[in-house]
Design a protein around this ligand. Structure first.
Ligand code: SAM
Length: 147
């Protein structure tokens, strides 16, 4: 058993197919899952990988399945500080909540809508919150995309 019990969920080696690896290439067949979730992990990749991962997520979803994602927005404090790889990808931001976290890509609404255009339906919300007594601001996209 793993620590999903606090959520009322049960997982065991018998009942669950848990894998560790690079999600750029998912080790599952097409049209398998009802849902897929990304909580601020895809953003930590260069743009070509981000596009590939989202195509992979769509591939493994059943028709009508949902992809849920939480992704950092471009207005997040310090998001493009540090060494830039492109307009919104930084090798290691030097300021803000993403400082020192490695490759970081932050998204605009237009970009999210473009990337998820391969899905049949997109619902987009966002969260704006502060941290460290208001010194850092987080902008996070909440993406729901249906295959
Ligand atoms: C900010 S953490 C978020 C982790 C977790 N989702 C959470 O909410 O606590 C980002 C994670 O994404 C993982 N990650 C980034 N790119 C990845 C990739 N291409 N394949 C697999 N994992 C990746 C990193 O190893 C890291 O654990």
């Amino acid at each position: 058993m793993i620590a999903l019990t606090s959520e009322g969920l049960v997982a065991s080696a018998q009942s669950t197919d848990l894998k560790v690896g690079n999600f750029r290439s998912l080790p599952w067949s097409d049209n398998l899952f009802d849902g897929a979730v990304d909580i601020e992990a895809i953003y930590a990749n260069p743009v070509p990988v981000i596009h590939a991962v989202i195509r992979e997520a769509k591939r493994v979803l059943k028709p009508g399945g949902w992809f849920f994602a939480k992704m950092f927005g471009s207005k997040t404090t310090g998001a493009t500080s540090g060494k830039r790889l492109d307009a919104r990808t930084t090798e290691n931001p030097t300021r803000g909540p993403l400082a020192g976290t490695g490759v970081t890509h932050v998204f605009t609404e237009r970009e999210i809508r473009k990337i998820f255009a391969i899905f049949s339906e997109l619902r987009l919300d966002w969260v704006h919150r502060s941290d460290k007594d208001g010194a850092c601001e987080f902008f996070e996209w909440l993406v729901q995309a249906r295959k």
